[in-house]
Design a protein around this ligand. Structure first.
Ligand code: NPW
Ligand code: K
Length: 510
């Protein structure tokens, strides 16, 4: 797991650790890690030109102190002080002593930089970049390494109010910050490296956790010699309609290739389902009459109307875990859920979440963690909020690191529903099922698109594991957009990739 903590937690841990150490120790540790990371990204320091954007707090202090180290190792370093009277005095003196330059904070000073270090604000920043900082940041052409957090990104939520720094890489200290893992902040952070400064023993439980292969491998329900199809989990799928039979085919495929012992399909797309998946058990009646299942998936391609509403109501009346997605979300009420005896998992995208919360889609996209928590609380469910960084409610909340823009393809969500339903049927608790489903689904997208190969202007390879390696490989176009190389995929490609991905992840846990 990669764990992230809130700013107030980080500050409390920092204070407890500082009480045991001489003044300046933590900043020195942070600066050492930052300088080493810059050197590695540049591939050498002699003759390299590094510009520091320095704000008025300790974040600027980290940049200055790292600058002093970089000068001593052969780089030319100049510091642009955004607030010259308030720059960290000790770190400024260290840079001067080492032979660094203090230059006017103008765009012209950035023109010849090979690398720019963003020390404008870290965990103490509030709101987007202020006008002078924003003007300088717009003038940057070189790759940017952000110190702790890209300036302008809210460290606790990933929200971006106004302009923010688009970093090629972020070097963060002590623990991950929520805003580095959740969009939109995640998209500004580039490849993220954590520098250990000794905070670990002082940090309590995390606010957010991002799994890696081994975490998911531990949860995968592998069959044993004693397993039969019920032992592995039978999934009921109530999906599809005359108009959208394909959604049923994809959801059933996601469940079958996601490890279900068997799938019972109920709905009007029986012919299409059986034509593609002869192993599916299809039923003509209502969900209540379909026979024994250990979890239900309801909603993909269900369409609108009284029949769809009745299907959702019948499924919710069951006493097994239920996943509600897509059209099924139209017919969900907190009242229905309160009457349930088994867990309910909902899997909306931002538009569906907005409708459930009665707000605009843009509000959900800008404040994803907050929307997730509101959904879970208002409906009394476990919520999975889809996106490039899919979130799952729980303690801690989970964020999926395997997402890729290639997953934004028709039917992709239907596959996720079936897959996650299979994990629920196998007995995983809803938070773990949702996290595991999102992880495997994202990885299937990456593998099918063949995206994430090592490339790009900057990146760390070698040391990084699993999804970190993929993230480090995500290059940035000169425009500053993240770009994951790869090829278009279809939802059926995802279904096909689930087997190999399952194998890759489970092998990492052996
Ligand atoms: N925690 C740890 O363990 C360790 C932390 N360390 C480091 O300390 C950093 C935190 O330092 P910090 O507390 O001094 O706050 P910081 O992020 O520099 O910013 C606050 C300053 O910025 C200003 N400001 C605010 N908003 C702004 C805006 N939008 N645009 C422009 N300016 C804005 C605000 O001034 P004001 O609002 O008064 O104008 C204030 O002066 C942390 O991220 C890490 O890098 C490491 O050294 C070692 C271990
Ligand atoms: K920063």
């Amino acid at each position: 797991m990669r764990f992230a903590h809130r700013v107030e937690t980080v500050r409390a841990a920092e204070a407890a650790l500082m009480a045991t150490l001489p003044d300046g120790t933590l900043m020195a540790r942070a600066a050492a890690g930052l300088a080493a990371s810059c050197a590695q990204l540049l591939g050498g320091l002699y003759g390299r030109r590094i510009a520091l954007l320095v704000g008025s707090g300790a974040n600027g202090g980290d940049a200055l102190l790292a600058g002093a180290r970089l000068v001593r190792r052969g780089a030319t370093v100049k510091a642009l002080l955004l607030d010259p009277d308030r720059a960290h005095p000790g770190a400024l003196a260290a840079l001067r002593l080492a032979g660094g330059w203090i230059v006017p904070a103008t765009a012209a000073q950035l023109a010849d930089a090979d690398l720019v270090v963003d020390g404008i604000t870290g965990i103490g920043g509030r709101g987007g970049l202020r006008p002078h900082a924003a003007e300088l940041v717009r003038a940057v052409r070189a790759p940017v390494v952000a110190v702790d957090v890209p300036s302008g990104v809210d460290a606790d939520t990933g929200e971006v109010a106004g302009e923010a720094v688009r970093a090629a890489a972020t070097v963060t200290f002590g623990t991950y910050k929520n805003g580095l893992l959740i969009d939109p902040g995640h998209a500004y952070a580039g490849a993220v490296r954590l520098i250990d400064i000794g905070l670990g023993p002082y940090l309590p439980g995390a606010d957010l956790a991002a799994p890696q292969h081994a975490d998911v491998a531990r949860l995968l329900p592998l069959p044993t010699a004693a397993s039969d199809k019920y032992g592995r989990g039978v999934v009921g799928v109530a999906a599809g309609s005359e108009r959208y039979p394909g959604a049923a085919v994809l959801a059933v495929g996601g469940a079958l290739c996601g490890g279900a012992g068997a799938v019972r399909y109920v709905g009007p797309a029986r012919e299409a389902v059986i034509a593609r998946w002869p192993e599916a058990l299809v039923h003509a009646g209502a969900p209540g009459d379909a026979g024994r299942v250990q979890a239900w998936v309801v909603g993909p391609g269900l369409g609108e109307g009284a029949e769809a509403a009745e299907t959702v109501a019948q499924v919710l009346a069951s006493d097994v875990p239920v996943l509600v997605d897509a059209d099924g979300l139209r017919y969900l009420t907190p009242h229905q859920i309160a009457a349930r005896t088994a867990p309910t998992l909902i899997t909306p995208h931002a538009g569906e979440a907005a409708r459930l919360l009665g707000v605009d889609r843009a509000q959900v996209e800008a404040r994803r963690l907050s929307a997730l928590r509101k959904l879970a609380a208002a409906y009394g469910v476990t919520a999975l909020l889809k996106g490039n960084t899919t979130l799952v409610s729980g303690t801690p909340a989970r964020v999926n690191p395997t997402g890729t823009p290639w997953l934004a393809t028709a039917g992709s969500g239907d596959v996720l529903s079936g897959l996650t339903g299979a994990l629920l049927a196998a007995g995983l608790p809803p938070t773990e099922a949702a996290m595991t489903g999102a992880y495997l689904h994202g990885l299937a997208g990456r593998r099918a698109a063949q995206g994430g190969g090592p490339t790009g202007r900057v990146g760390w390879t070698g040391e990084a594991r699993d999804t970190e390696r993929d993230e480090a490989a995500a290059a940035r176009r000169p425009s500053g957009e993240a770009y994951v190389p790869g090829a278009p995929i279809t939802a059926m490609d995802l279904v096909t990739a689930l087997g190999p991905v399952w194998r890759e992840v489970s092998a990492s846990g052996l």
